[in-house]
Every structure is written in C-alpha cells, then in structure tokens.
Design a protein around this ligand. Structure first.
Ligand SMILES: Nc1ncnc2c1ncn2[C@@H]1O[C@H](COP(=O)(O)OP(=O)(O)O)[C@@H](O)[C@H]1O
Ligand SMILES: CC(C)(COP(=O)(O)O)[C@@H](O)C(=O)NCCC(=O)O
Ligand SMILES: [K+]
Length: 263
C-alpha cells in the first residue's frame, strides 16, 4: 500500500506509442480527459498548472520518456507513480512473465473487471485500436485468457508507404465502399483490416470463453473506424465504447493504492 492521498485534482497519464493522454481523477475515481499530444514541454506545463500531488503513469513508450518527465518535474513536488503489470487485483494473468504484458493492456483489464458496482463476475473482450490494435479476453473468474497484437490503422498505412514505391496516403476520409484512387483504396483497405480484426476477435473471444463475452469494449484513438453495427454481436453482449479506458484503469489502480476516504 502506497498510501496515495487523492485530492480533488490528481492526474492519470498514459504514454502510448503515438501520443500521451492526460486525465484528471475526481473523488469517485472518474476520469476526464485533460489533453493529449506529442510535446513533453506542453505536458509538463499542463501538469504544473494543475499542480497535483500524484500523477499515475502508464507507459509503453521508451523508458527515457518517463525519465525525461521525472526530470522536468523534479523540485515541483509532484510525485509520479508508475504502474506496471502484476498478478493480483482479482486478475490472473496468463503471461509466464507478466512484466512482458503491455501496461496499457493490463489497465484495460482492470478497468473492465471493476467497472460499475458488483459486476466483477462478467467476461470481457477488449479491443484497443491505437498504434497497435490489440485484443484481450478476460473470463468471469478474472483469468486473462490472452489476446492479439496487430499493426494499427496508421501503422498499416505507414508500412505500405515504406515498403512500396507508388503508394501514398492522405487524411481525406473516403465516402465509398471501394477506392477509386490509391489514397482511398489504402484508407478503405486498412479500415477493412481493422474491421476484420474486430469481427474475428469477437468470434475467437466466444470460442475461448465458451460463450459470448458479457461485455465487448472498444477503446483507442482509431476505434471510431470500426463499424460496430456491422459486427455480429450476441444479444447478451453489452457493447461499451470508452475512449479513455487505459486512463480509467489507471484511476482504478490508484484506488487500490488508496481508499477514497483519504481526501
Ligand atoms: N488528436 C489525435 N492525435 C493523434 N492521433 C489521433 C488523434 N485523434 C485520433 N487519433 C488516432 O489515434 C491513433 C492513436 O491512437 P491512440 O489510442 O492514441 O494510440 P497510442 O495509445 O498507441 O498512443 C492515431 O493513429 C490516430 O489515427
Ligand atoms: C501492444 C502494444 C504495443 C500496444 O501499444 P499502443 O498501441 O497502445 O501504443 C503495447 O501494449 C506493448 O508494448 N505491449 C507489450 C507486449 C505485449 O503486450 O505482449
Ligand atoms: K493504447
């Protein structure tokens, strides 16, 4: 127990492989997004402006990123508490070495397992469409059954550009089923891959669990590219879209470090 005292403004921070996301945590451990970006100086300013006691941090970026932030916040009185995956908190991780599991993936498991009140005995499939697109499956007993990692939407596009000579992408979002030009064909093709990932993830989660998951979660910056209505989702499955699921998991982790009474 770290004895974390939550005051009204404590922060949670995720460093993904594309960008950082900063959220504030209220007394009920609810998260509101404060900002996101790439620039460490901007992030430092945001944190110093709020002047929290604690910042819960989860990073899958290079270790130097968190070291740089620690350096920038030295002497500010702000304490960084970095989460890392471990067995416990009602979740049994299937990895032989749990430290190899992405902390972002682990935190989505925590967020899913503890969402709402008294709903822990549910099964979950979690799709996070970020730099990478990931699937994680958690059964109703809290056993992490494993998951998938594949290139995310931008990464698929970038690898096409890097490994070919004639391909280009654009930020235009085509309003079409089939592309009538290179950029539209790439956008729609990569989006179809993401859709196919989600489609097969739902089938495989059901196969691994023995029945459809109680909850199907979508998070990550590109989750909006997945057409949920086109997926075959069982009637019993609740579809939950939470853009900040990793930050919510971090807030949950902080709550385990300190009961909410200590304001
Ligand atoms: N404001 C934004 N800045 C950057 N990427 C964004 C933004 N909004 C949506 N995206 C999309 O989100 C993706 C990154 O998702 P995110 O979940 O933030 O990734 P990660 O956690 O790996 O850093 C990008 O590939 C991009 O397509
Ligand atoms: C799979 C990930 C790259 C996803 O990162 P993200 O797309 O959120 O930036 C990250 O969770 C990670 O580095 N995981 C470690 C390997 C693993 O989870 O098995
Ligand atoms: K992520």
């Amino acid at each position: 127990m770290l004895g974390v005292k939550l005051v009204s403004e404590n922060l949670v921070l995720e460093f993904g492989n594309t960008r950082w996301k900063l959220g504030s945590v209220d007394r009920e451990y609810q998260v509101t997004l404060v900002g996101s970006g790439h620039d460490l100086a901007q992030l430092t300013d945001l944190i110093l402006h709020v002047a929290p006691t604690f910042v819960g941090v989860a990073s899958v970026a290079p270790p130097q990123t968190v070291l740089d932030l620690r350096h920038a916040l030295a002497d500010s009185g702000v304490e960084l508490l970095e989460a890392s995956p471990e067995q416990g908190f009602g979740i049994t991780l299937c990895y032989v070495d749990p430290s190899r599991l992405g902390v972002d993936r682990w935190l989505t498991l925590l967020a899913a397992r503890y969402h709402g009140a008294n709903q822990a005995a549910q099964s979950h499939a979690i799709i996070d469409a970020g730099t990478a697109v990931t699937l994680d499956v958690l059964n109703a007993n809290g056993h992490h059954r494993g998951g998938w990692i594949a290139p995310g939407f931008r990464l698929m596009q970038e690898s096409l550009i890097q490994k070919s000579t004639r391909l280009r992408v654009s930020d235009n979002v085509p309003d079409a089923i089939l592309g009538e030009g290179t950029e539209a064909a790439i956008h729609l093709g990569c989006q179809a891959s993401l859709q196919g990932f989600a489609h097969t993830a739902i089938q495989s989660a059901e196969e691994a669990l023995g029945s459809p998951p109680d909850c199907l979660w979508f998070t990550g910056g590109d989750s909006g590219l997945i057409n949920k209505k086109a997926l075959q989702i069982a009637a019993k499955t609740q579809v939950i879209e939470r853009p900040n699921l990793v930050l919510e998991g971090l807030a949950q982790w902080l709550s385990f470090k300190s009961p909410p009474r200590s304001f």
